[in-house]
Design a binder for this molecule. Structure first.
Ligand code: NAP
Ligand code: HSE
Length: 433
C-alpha cells in the first residue's frame, strides 16, 4: 500500500470531522484511494486546547512554515476559515506544488479567481466540495454530472444554521436567540454567526453555485442579500395560514442571459419539496433543460457531514496522479459573460405586514397607494378588529406578481400616511412557476 502525508489547517468543527472520518473509515479510504493517509501536521492557534479527538501532541503546530517546508506533505486541507491568513497559506502551499482541499466559501466567493488561477498555473488539484451545502455533492454534481444541461434556475436552502433556526421557530414556536445558541453548540454556525443569520454565508455559496451553474463570473455583490433576523413568530403563523413555509432561499435564474441572483427569506408553498427541508438539512433544487427538475438533499453543516465532503475530495486527489501536473481544468466560470439583473427589476409576489391605526378609511388609503403604483393586491387580511378608535392592528397584504421597485415605491408612500405606524416585514413569495 502506498503512503501519503497530508496536513490540516484548522482542527475545529470541520477539522475534527475530517480527522475522525480518516480514522474511522481507514480501511474503506485505503481501498478506495489506493493510499494509506497519514495526517502528519495540523495547524491550530492553541495546541493546548481539548479538541475531542486523539491527535498526537507532536502533530499539532502553530507554525505554518513546518507544513510548507515539508516536501513529503502532498495535500493541504484548509479548514480554518476566513480570508487572512487562509488565502496566503493556500497560495504559498500551491506554489510549493501541494494539492488543496478547502471548505472555505468566503474565500472562494471573494477571491476564487486568484486561487483558481494559481491552481491552474501550478498544475495542482484543487477541490472544494465542502464549500457549499456541507455533505451534499452539489459542486461535483454541477461540474461533472450536469454538464449536458443548460441550467435554467436553481433554488437552494444552503445555510444549515438559519434552516435550523427557522425550523425550530416554525415547528416548536421557539425564540430566535435560544435557537441560535443551539445551532452554535451543534457546530453549524460560523465563527461569527452573523455571517449565517444575516445571509452572508448563503450569499457566498450562491455566488459559487451560480458561477458554476451558469459558467460565468459572479461577484459576491452581484447577489442581493437579506438575512432572517426580521422573521417573527407572527410571520410564521401567517405563512402557515396561507399554506406556506418560510425558508432562507438562495435563488439563481437565467432570464435570457440576464442573471437574477438573490438570497432572502422566502415564502414557499408547503407542497414544494423544499418546504419539507428542516433542521440543519440543506437542499438544492435545480432545473436543467435536459434533465428537468432535480433535488439534492442532505446535511448542510456539522463536523461529519462536512468532513465527508472534505475526505471525498482528498480521495479524489489521490485517485489522480499526485506527482504530475494536473490536466483537468480548475476554472469553470469563464465560459460565458452574463449580465446581472438589478433587484428592482425582479418580479415576485409579496407578503407585507403593517401595523396601522384601526380607523375607518385606513384600508382605502392603503389600497389606493398600491393601486396608483399598478400593484394588484390578491388579499388583505386584518385579524382581531376591536372596533375601538386609536387601536393599532396588524394588516397583512398579499400582492400579485409585481416588480420590486413598485413595491418599494408603494412602501415609501405608506410611511407618509399618519395611520400607518410601521411596515413590520416584507417577504417575497416564490411560486416556482
Ligand atoms: P472552527 O470550528 O472555528 O475551526 C477553525 C479552526 O481553525 C480552529 O481549529 C482554529 O484553531 C484554526 N484556526 C483559525 N485561524 C487560525 C490561524 N490564524 N492560525 C492557525 N489556526 C487557525 O471553524 P469550522 O466550523 O471548522 O469551519 C472551518 C471552515 O469550514 C470555514 O471556512 C467554514 O466556513 C467551513 N465550513 C464549515 C462548516 C460547518 O458545519 N462548521 C460546513 C461547511 C464549511 P484553534 O482551535 O486553535 O482556535
Ligand atoms: N455555517 C454554515 C451553515 C456551515 O450553517 O450552513 C456550513 O457551510
Amino acid at each position: 500500500m502506498k503512503k501519503v502525508k497530508i496536513a490540516l489547517l484548522g482542527l475545529g468543527n470541520v477539522g475534527r470531522g475530517v480527522f475522525t472520518i480518516l480514522q474511522q473509515n481507514k480501511d474503506e479510504i485505503m481501498k478506495r484511494s489506493g493510499y494509506e493517509i497519514e495526517v502528519s501536521k495540523v495547524l491550530v492557534r492553541d495546541v493546548t486546547k481539548n479538541r475531542g479527538v486523539a491527535v498526537p501532541e507532536e502533530v499539532l503546530t502553530t507554525d505554518f512554515e513546518e507544513i510548507l517546508n515539508d516536501d513529503s506533505i502532498k495535500i493541504v486541507v484548509e479548514v480554518m476559515g476566513g480570508i487572512d491568513p487562509a488565502k496566503e497559506y493556500m497560495m504559498r502551499a500551491m506554489e510549493a506544488k501541494k494539492h488543496i482541499v478547502t471548505a472555505n466559501k468566503m474565500l472562494l466567493a471573494t477571491a476564487g479567481d486568484e486561487v483558481f488561477e494559481k491552481a491552474e498555473e501550478m498544475g495542482i488539484m484543487f477541490q472544494y466540495e465542502a464549500s457549499v451545502a456541507g455533505g451534499i455533492p452539489i459542486i461535483n454534481g454541477i461540474n461533472e454530472n450536469l454538464t449536458a444541461n443548460k441550467i435554467n434556475e436553481l433554488f437552494g436552502i444552503v445555510n444549515g444554521t438559519t434552516n435550523y433556526i427557522l425550523s425550530k421557530m416554525e415547528l416548536e414556536n421557539l425564540d430566535f436567540d435560544e435557537v441560535l445558541e443551539e445551532a452554535k453548540q451543534k457546530g453549524y454556525a460560523e465563527a461569527d454567526p452573523t455571517s449565517d443569520i444575516d445571509g452572508y454565508d448563503a450569499q457566498y455559496k450562491l455566488a459559487i453555485l451560480a458561477s458554476l451553474a451558469f459558467g460565468t463570473k459572479v461577484k459576491v455583490n452581484d447577489v442581493y442579500r437579506e438575512g432572517i433576523t426580521k422573521i417573527k413568530p407572527i410571520d410564521m403563523k401567517y405563512a402557515s395560514d396561507f399554506g406556506m413555509s418560510i425558508k432562507l432561499l438562495a435563488i439563481a435564474k437565467d432570464d435570457d442571459g440576464k442573471l437574477e441572483l438573490r438570497v432572502h427569506p422566502t415564502m414557499i408553498p408547503e407542497t414544494h419539496p423544499l418546504a419539507n427541508v428542516y433542521d440543519s438539512f440543506n437542499a438544492i433544487f435545480i432545473n436543467g433543460n435536459a434533465v428537468g427538475d432535480l433535488m439534492f438533499y442532505g446535511r448542510g453543516a456539522g463536523d461529519l457531514p462536512t468532513g465527508s465532503a472534505v475526505v471525498s475530495d482528498i480521495i479524489a486527489i489521490l485517485r489522480g496522479n499526485i506527482d504530475t501536473d494536473n490536466n483537468n481544468p480548475v476554472i469553470r466560470n469563464n465560459l460565458w459573460e452574463k449580465k446581472i439583473k438589478d433587484i428592482n427589476e425582479v418580479e415576485s409576489r409579496y407578503y407585507i405586514r403593517v401595523t396601522v391605526d384601526d380607523k375607518p378609511g385606513v384600508l382605502g388609503q392603503i389600497t389606493t397607494i398600491f393601486g396608483a403604483n399598478r400593484v394588484s393586491l390578491k388579499s388583505v387580511i386584518q385579524k382581531g378588529r376591536k372596533n375601538d378608535e386609536n387601536v393599532e392592528v396588524t394588516l397583512v397584504l398579499i400582492t400579485h406578481k409585481t416588480k420590486e421597485y413598485l413595491i418599494k415605491d408603494s412602501i415609501d408612500k405608506l410611511y407618509d400616511l399618519r395611520t400607518v405606524k410601521d411596515v413590520e416585514n416584507i417577504i417575497r413569495i416564490e411560486d416556482f412557476n
